[in-house]
Write a protein that binds this ligand. Structure first.
Ligand SMILES: Cc1cc2nc3c(=O)[nH]c(=O)nc-3n(C[C@H](O)[C@H](O)[C@H](O)COP(=O)(O)OP(=O)(O)OC[C@H]3O[C@@H](n4cnc5c(N)ncnc54)[C@H](O)[C@@H]3O)c2cc1C
Ligand code: FES
Length: 260
């Protein structure tokens, strides 16, 4: 884990209230793995006091994008004070960033077909994972649900090899309804599934009929305090007892959550 002052390269709005910040920090860009997150200080003062956790979207360390090797990106939806302040950062500003943090997703050795299921900003760590899978010749289908067309993650920010299917709550683009309705048709052929999104989405994935041989991993986005395993603010109940999302996760085996 590193604390660094990363230089802001760009801060671009890519959907309604959704921004991608590109940061220049070679050590973090090199070290980060799909599913890991960074803990970002949003202001130079004490409001807000706590850093905000954001997953890494893409890193220049990946061979399948055109980012310079020292760059990485995070994506955020403006939902409150911290992300609103972030939306005002400009190229040349310095961002105080701790990370990478947490345990990453792992693509199993035998996996040839990877199914990714995201809800809203839960797509972020799945984009990083899709890039890693494509780099290892694993085929990827990415299903993602959004509130409406205005919130959809743009397909041109994904590797061309990724099959990307969208569902929206209001039917303004893609399939009308929840992303889990898209997932049901896709479960049969995948040899590994990874997901990230709101807990109700993850729970409904847990309750779907799927072959027991398919490993399923999820990334949790619980609210956090320290992100270093100390404050216990991010603890979730699991079959193995209480676990800290920041240190023991954010990636967990779905079966570990006991959501049956
Ligand atoms: C490991 C991890 C990775 C994350 N990755 C991303 C990401 O890539 N992109 C992104 O946009 N967000 C991500 N989040 C959520 C993000 O951290 C919060 O949206 C952010 O901290 C909100 O800060 P704020 O000051 O703008 O809003 P606040 O003022 O803190 O909160 C505004 C509203 O958002 C709700 N909220 C805040 N945090 C969460 C949360 N973790 N889960 C659900 N609701 C929340 C609050 O209850 C409140 O209603 C991630 C969270 C975790 C733990
Ligand atoms: S956020 Fe403090 S223990 Fe996880």
């Amino acid at each position: 884990m590193r604390q660094a002052l990363a230089s802001v390269v760009s801060n671009e709005q890519i959907a309604e209230g959704v921004y991608v910040v590109r940061l220049d920090e070679p050590n973090q860009a090199r070290a980060v793995q799909p599913g890991q997150f960074v803990h970002v200080r949003c202001s130079t003062g004490s409001d807000p006091l706590l850093r905000r956790p954001l997953s890494v979207l893409r890193t220049g360390a990946s061979p399948v994008n055109r980012l310079p090797a020292a760059h990485y990106e995070v994506l955020y939806d403006v939902v409150g004070r911290g992300t609103e302040i972030l939306s005002r950062v400009r190229p040349g500003d310095l961002a105080d960033v701790l990370g990478p943090l947490g345990n990453p997703f792992r693509i199993e050795r035998a996996t040839r077909h990877l199914l990714l299921v995201g809800g809203g900003v839960g797509i972020v760590p799945l984009v990083a994972l899709a890039e890693e899978a494509i780099a290892h010749d694993v085929s990827v289908t990415l299903l993602c649900g959004f509130r409406s067309a205005s919130k959809v993650f743009p397909p041109d920010r994904l590797p061309a090899e990724v099959e990307y299917l969208v569902a929206t709550d209001d039917g303004s683009v893609g399939q009308h309804g929840l992303v889990t309705s898209l997932a049901q048709d896709q479960l049969g052929w995948a040899d590994q599934i990874c997901a990230c999104g709101p807990v109700p989405m993850l729970k409904s994935l847990a309750r779907m009929d799927r072959p027991s041989r398919i490993p399923v991993h999820i990334a949790m986005e619980e609210r956090m305090g320290c992100a270093m395993g100390v404050c216990l603010g991010c603890v979730v109940p699991t079959r193995r007892g209480p676990r800290r999302v920041c240190r023991d996760g954010p990636v967990f085996a779905l079966d570990e959550m006991g959501w049956t």
